[in-house]
Design a binder for this molecule. Structure first.
Ligand SMILES: [Zn+2]
Length: 326
């Protein structure tokens, strides 16, 4: 494990305590963490100040524009407007997004189903190295409309590792992904349904299957891949964020990830952090009940899809290297 100067750890702890105290008071029903609530109702889009000016009419699509992390983003006063894209992700590889997992290691690969025969049927890919090492479990796309999350997980099925075991669940919410919706069915939110119930509703049954699979595999670390779209006061407040419920067992990793984004070593822009995950989320329930460290990754849907997948993959690649698996 790498050593971190004590002063940084102390500063970091203070920051985290402050962040926890702040976020514990607040709730946000549509977000992965207890991020600040959007206090105002979705704003009515104001007409352009000078709507007669011909040069403004050309780009007047009714959306406001704001710069987030150096990039102009459209938003409607409440949500970012996701740039249009039409990727054939099933026929794409790492190379379409950047230089990821280029070095190949010998591994064996197998798959198994969760919820077989059900509307939420999905698949876990198990990548195994002969060399003993840690196990990491990736939950990709608990929310079906957060495409970069499960696109990245689909790509990760082709990754190789130098030791240990990698489990990749993609898409975690297959029915939601198929239907481009956050929910499993109806308005059932998978990320409020953990640890699940085999006799519950569609989301609780799927949550139970995922939770039991994680429990059985006993990974050393769990990734929970998401995306954020809400904005408030001209900034996105959950995109480009790493979420934790407890730092126990991953203090160095969490710190190193933040520093790497700050220094520009990984990802397109600096990532922030928040926590804890809300009740019923993968992050909160796996952390608290299985005592396995979890990081939820939130890329920002106001950005281009290539950038979002890149930042997801960069975060995962960095973490596998941290665990000595690359
Ligand atoms: Zn999500």
């Amino acid at each position: 494990m790498r050593k971190i100067p004590v002063i940084f750890l102390i500063l970091f702890s203070i920051l985290i305590i402050t962040a926890c105290k702040k976020t514990e008071k607040e709730t946000a029903p549509q977000s992965e963490a207890s991020a600040p609530v959007v206090e105002t109702a979705p704003a009515v889009v104001a007409p352009a100040e000078d709507s007669d000016a011909p040069d403004k009419e050309a780009e007047d699509d009714g959306y406001q524009r704001v710069v987030v992390a150096g990039t102009e983003v459209r938003w409607d006063g409440y949500r970012a407007i996701e740039p249009e894209s039409d990727l054939d992700i099933m026929n794409m590889t790492f190379a379409d997004f950047g230089s990821f997992f280029a070095e190949q290691y010998p591994v064996s690969r197998s798959t198994y189903k969760l919820m077989e025969g059900e509307i939420s049927e999905t698949e876990v890919t198990h990548i195994h190295s002969e060399n003993p090492g840690p196990a990491i479990y990736i939950v990709g796309g608990v929310h079906g409309d957060e495409r970069a999350a499960w696109y990245s997980a689909l790509l990760m099925r082709e990754a190789t590792i130098s030791c240990g075991d990698l489990y990749v669940l993609a898409p975690a919410n297959a029915n939601g992904a198929r239907n481009k919706t956050r929910y499993v069915t109806g308005h059932l939110d998978l990320n409020r349904s953990f640890p699940g119930n085999p006799d519950g509703d569609d989301a609780e049954q799927l949550a139970f299957a995922i939770y039991q699979d994680i429990r059985g595999k006993k990974p050393d670390f769990v990734f929970d891949l998401h995306e954020a779209i809400l904005m408030n006061e001209s900034r996105d407040f959950l995109g480009s964020t790493y979420i934790f419920t407890e730092l126990d067992g991953m203090e160095d990793l969490f710190f190193d990830l933040l520093v790497a984004t700050e220094e520009g070593t990984i990802c397109h822009n600096e990532f922030g952090f928040t926590g804890p995950g809300p009740a019923g989320s993968v992050n909160a329930e796996v952390t608290r009940h299985l005592h396995i460290p979890v990081i939820t990754v939130e890329t920002f849907r106001g950005f281009d899809i290539y950038r979002r997948v890149y930042d997801q993959l960069d975060t995962i690649q960095f973490t596998l290297a941290f665990y000595g698996m690359r």
